[in-house]
Design a protein. Structure first.
Length: 97
């Protein structure tokens, strides 16, 4: 399967992207999703195939969603829960390191 795809970034949520077949554009995207997504800002066009690698998405899932529902939503990456923030008092101590 080969799809010429347009990718849009959300004006409301940083890191959220919407993939749609270029020839159909945003026509098949539900109104509720358009409202949540905000203004769709065109980011780029790509030719998607099963062999193509995407940085943050599984190409098989993207192609399946494009074929079955006419769009694919890429959500922003989740913040890492394992990052521990040190209390301010530890950062301001004058003890030699």
């Amino acid at each position: 399967m080969k799809v010429l795809c347009s990718i849009y970034r959300s004006s409301k949520k940083m890191g959220m992207y919407l993939y749609v077949p270029r020839e159909k554009g945003l026509a098949e995207v539900p109104a509720e999703l358009k409202t949540l997504f905000g203004r769709a800002e065109h980011a780029m066009d790509l030719v998607l195939t099963e062999e193509r690698k995407l940085a943050q998405e599984d190409i098989g899932k993207v192609l399946l969603n494009l074929r079955e529902q006419g769009y694919h939503v890429q959500m922003p990456p989740q913040e890492d829960d394992y990052i521990v923030h040190l209390p301010d008092e530890l950062l301001t101590r004058n003890d030699p390191v």
